[in-house]
Design a protein around this ligand. Structure first.
Ligand code: G3I
Length: 477
């Protein structure tokens, strides 16, 4: 593709040993840990994606938050946002060491206040640098870049689901070589230095490497990104996710081996996020490509979310290619219908590996089973649910990911947990928290209250202190 240059759940702690604790709490006597049945039909993209624990997001612009058509679609359909431009280097550090978070804050606050997961885009990039940085080289630039990563990630600590730490570091035409940029010229280790700084600044955010033209498994650039992730995992450089921008058009079409790419990255032990999806075209052909992308993501358990790069075609950086899910007037396109239907056909992913306990070797008892019938159980009124919590923590903080599974279908749910003494909730996504210490109640948000029997949704929160020992209790109606 000819791009001109060319978006919290869990994370890994920097050096501290990580604790992953799965706690199962059953409400109303009903457990459904591994949901396998077909999904219910949710009416919006975010709700449909949430059924399988995924997010569906959009890149948004702060200066469009006064456009009611735009905001209505955003709030109705999406459960994640990325700032299209407002958190880039030139926006957040227009003059060296003078930071401006005003536009970024508008995006972040809009998302967080509605329980959306916020993707941070982007901390280190050859493009969209402020003039002072464009002119820099060498040690001064390396230090300035690390300072930028540290300051911005620290400012937003506790609010970002995933950061695109480094963006577009590989060359397009040069057999997988690094892109020649002022950042690259500071030394080949600039990418891992940026990741280490980001981890230290916000240990709760997932850290992604993000790029375009890494969708086709047979392309050299894809292999280069794969080798980078593999090398980082092998050497313990902190990385949690790969971002595939997935800007598709005639020059860079949706590839038939896309699922292979997703599953290959996932097999390295990172999440896969589709971060900037748009597909030029119209009608059935465009709808088919969107359906394919969604189905490929749903087929890979660690493909955890999809973000489209804009809302209406007229909002797109490639508006001439009508690449998005809503037309200029905000009407749903065939691509929208195909995307929603595909998300609704998704099967929830299991929250934990199946138990590996060895069956007992002792002979079964020979006594006859009792002949009396078991006492009748009364189904709970208005739905039942269970909740599990996975905890990743480090010195001084933690991220909890909570999976809510419906025993019988729910219209709304709430999970209550006692936050350990000395700990406090600082940020919540995909749920609304009441309180931050002691007994905290997490209620569904508008798009994920309805869960069909056997289906699941996820929410998360970040906290300070230790999160060990939390036991979720789920109630529903
Ligand atoms: O807001 C100013 C406006 O005041 C001014 O009059 C006008 C004049 O050109 O520029 C406007 O800013 C533009 C901005 O978009 C907002 O529209 C910038 O010039 C323009 O460069 C900028 O383009 C953005 C581009 O990144 C910059 O590289 C696109 O909106 C944005 O969609 C695009 O996003 C990138 C991702 O960050 C990385 N992956 C590829 C993707 C698409 O290129």
């Amino acid at each position: 593709m000819t791009q001109q240059s060319a978006s919290r759940p869990r994370r890994r702690g920097p050096r501290a040993a990580l604790a992953t604790i799965a706690v199962v709490a059953l409400a109303a006597g009903t457990a459904m840990l591994y949901a396998t049945s077909a999904s219910a039909q949710s009416a919006t993209l975010g709700a449909a994606a949430a059924q399988s624990g995924r997010y569906f997001g959009a890149a948004i612009a702060a200066n469009k938050l006064g456009d009611s058509t735009y905001v209505n679609i955003l709030n109705r359909e999406f459960n994640s946002v990325t700032a299209e431009n407002e958190m880039k280097i030139n926006a957040t550090e227009p003059q060296q060491n003078r930071f401006d978070f005003s536009s970024g804050d508008r995006i972040v606050n809009h998302g967080i206040s509605r329980g959306m997961a916020v993707r941070g885009h982007t901390l280190a990039w050859h493009s969209q640098q402020p003039a002072w940085m464009e002119q820099m080289e060498g040690t001064a630039l390396r230090n300035a870049m690390l300072n930028h990563v540290t300051q911005v990630a620290t400012y937003y600590r506790g609010k970002i689901h995933s950061w695109d730490v480094v963006n577009e570091a590989f060359d397009d035409g040069n057999a997988g070589a690094r892109r020649n940029s002022n950042l690259q010229r500071t030394g080949n280790d600039w990418i891992e230095a940026a990741f280490r700084a980001a981890r230290a600044a916000d240990p709760g955010a997932k850290l992604c490497y993000n790029d375009y033209n890494i969708d086709n498994w047979s392309w050299a650039k894809t292999q280069a990104a794969y080798n980078l992730v593999r090398d980082f995992k092998q050497r313990g450089v902190p990385i949690d996710c790969i971002g595939l921008q997935s800007h598709f058009n005639a020059q860079s079409p949706y590839p038939s081996n896309y699922r292979t790419t997703l599953s290959s990255f996932a097999a390295l032990g990172v999440d896969v996020q589709i971060t900037e999806l748009d597909i030029e075209g119209s009608g059935t052909a465009q709808a088919n490509s969107y359906r394919g992308v969604v189905n490929d993501c749903l087929a890979v358990a660690r493909c955890t979310g999809i973000t489209v790069w804009g809302i209406r075609d007229s909002d797109s950086w490639r508006s001439y290619g009508t690449p998005l899910l809503f037309d200029n007037n905000g009407n749903k396109k065939p691509a929208y219908d195909a995307t929603l239907a595909a998300l609704n056909s998704g099967t929830p992913v299991p929250t934990t590996a199946p138990p590996t306990t060895v069956p007992p070797t002792t002979a079964p008892p020979t006594t006859a089973p009792p002949t009396t019938a078991p006492p009748p159980t009364t189904p709970p009124p208005g739905g039942s649910c269970s909740a599990t919590v996975s905890l990743n923590q480090w010195q001084g903080g933690f991220v909890a990911t909570v999976r809510v599974t419906a025993g019988s279908s729910t219209n709304s749910w709430a999970v209550t947990m006692t936050i350990p003494s000395g700990a406090a909730v600082t940020n919540t996504w995909n749920a609304q928290a009441s309180g931050s210490t002691g007994s905290v109640r997490f209620a569904n948000v508008s798009y994920n209250g309805r869960i069909a029997a056997g289906q699941s949704t996820e929410f998360g929160f970040q906290g300070t202190g230790s999160g060990s020992g939390m036991t979720p209790s789920c109630s529903s109606s």
